[in-house]
Design a binder for this molecule. Structure first.
Ligand code: PXP
Length: 400
């Protein structure tokens, strides 16, 4: 499948997000079961579309969209070009007209362009509203249905960035005084665009402590994700605190950080009991697991709301081949979890190089990132470090 965009208008003036349009076009091709076909999309101004309109359709003036099937008269799905690729043809859109229409309808330019892409694609697939009233209704109905589905679809959801502020507490605790304060850090992260704050209340309280979680619960404006081991005392604290969600992780005192995912299949009863307790208090539970089908299935079976896929092996891979293999494991575990109805987060070890590829997975809802952001904050400040990571996540999941 390939989608070729050519921009013959000033994309900076129109502030076009071609990656977003590209992603939406791929989605439209998939929905119409022509994912293996190629399509060319040309974005022009009114002058160019008027010229095309007059030369190819004998009509004067600008229009919003023109569709040119590769081979008129044949079955549009069977046209193969000279190098053996199945091609649907060309869609030409005037961004200038699309912008005017967007203004009139009070929608965004990209939504207006998406509507025109859908309309143009249906023409390439053989639908034609000019043929008869019946055909027109058929085409409009399908168009509306696709647009509605697209708006609810995962390709339209942006990956969120939640920030783990444990390391701020680690620095504070190294001096045994009260700064830097993870509570202040959380506020800065939120002001810089974080969509959630994560803290791990460890049994040994090596970084985040009881005072921190209490104050964070009162001050976090976005969402508080409490990471914790399924340990009796910590469970009691979580039930009293009522964070927005908890993430259950394996916890060993001797480890530097959470080293592997939970073995869910090996401790189903214990984890199911904890999930049950949390759910009764209205707290959704995420299970931090390695990206493996067995763990995804077990998490689903015991009633988790989310899984958080461990990205550590992908981030620490020694070479590109291993990294690609690890990435594929994350992608397929995420797909499997998503298809089962689990919500999917990911994290651990993600940095300014490794994040984009994971954020681009449309099955993943939120990334949990700590060390890389706090490490960069030492040099550029926390606000900037968060904004830079936010941009990477946003650009990769390309939503506006
Ligand atoms: N997710 C979980 C479950 C973790 O335990 C951690 C580490 O505290 C993270 C995400 C964040 O990892 P990092 O600090 O390497 O970004």
């Amino acid at each position: 499948m390939s989608v070729h965009f050519t921009v013959n208008c000033d994309s900076a003036i129109f502030r076009l997000n071609i990656r977003l349009l590209h992603r939406r076009t791929l989605w439209l091709l998939q929905q119409n079961k022509v994912a293996e076909h190629s399509i060319s999309i040309l974005l022009v101004d009114d002058e160019e579309i008027s010229w095309l309109n007059s030369n190819y359709r004998n009509k004067t003036g600008a229009t919003n969209v023109l569709s040119f099937p590769l081979d008129d008269g044949n079955d549009p799905l069977s046209v193969v070009n000279s190098i053996g690729i199945k091609e649907l043809g060309d869609i030409i859109i005037s961004v200038e007209t699309a912008r005017r229409e967007a203004k009139n309808l009070n929608v965004s330019l990209h939504d207006s362009l998406t509507w025109l892409l859908t309309h143009g694609l249906l023409h390439l697939l053989g639908y034609d509203h000019e043929r008869s009233k019946k055909e027109a209704h058929k085409m409009w109905d399908l168009e509306n249905k696709l647009i509605k589905q697209l708006h609810n679809s995962r390709s339209n959801q942006m990956t969120q960035l939640a920030i783990n502020v444990d390391h701020v507490a680690t620095v504070r605790n190294a001096r045994g005084i009260n700064e830097p304060d993870p509570v202040a850090a959380a506020a800065i992260c939120e002001l810089a665009g974080a969509s959630g704050i994560v803290v791990h209340l460890r049994e040994d309280r090596r970084h985040i402590n009881d005072r921190d979680v209490r104050l964070l619960r009162e001050t976090i404006k976005t969402r508080m994700n409490l990471e914790m081991g399924a340990n009796k005392k910590i469970i009691e604290i979580a039930l009293a605190l009522k964070p927005d969600m908890v993430t259950l992780v394996p916890e060993k005192r001797q480890e530097l950080t959470t080293e592997g995912g939970l073995n869910v299949s090996g401790q189903k009863k214990k984890l199911a009991r904890t999930i049950n307790l949390m759910n009764k208090s209205g707290i959704p539970v995420s299970l931090f697991i390695d990206p493996e089908a067995k763990q995804v299935k077990a998490a689903h079976a015991i009633g988790a709301t989310y899984v958080e896929l461990h990205t550590g092996r992908y981030c620490d891979a020694e070479n590109e081949t291993i990294q690609e293999e690890e990435y594929q494991m994350i992608a397929s575990a995420a797909e499997e979890a998503y298809q089962m109805g689990l919500r999917v987060n990911a994290g651990h070890g993600l940095d300014y190089q490794t994040t984009a590829k994971i954020a681009a997975l449309d099955t993943i809802e939120e990334l949990s990132i700590g060390h890389a952001i706090i490490a960069r904050a030492v040099f550029v400040g926390l606000d900037q470090a968060v904004r830079e990571m936010g941009k990477i996540v946003r650009d990769a999941s390309m939503i506006f």
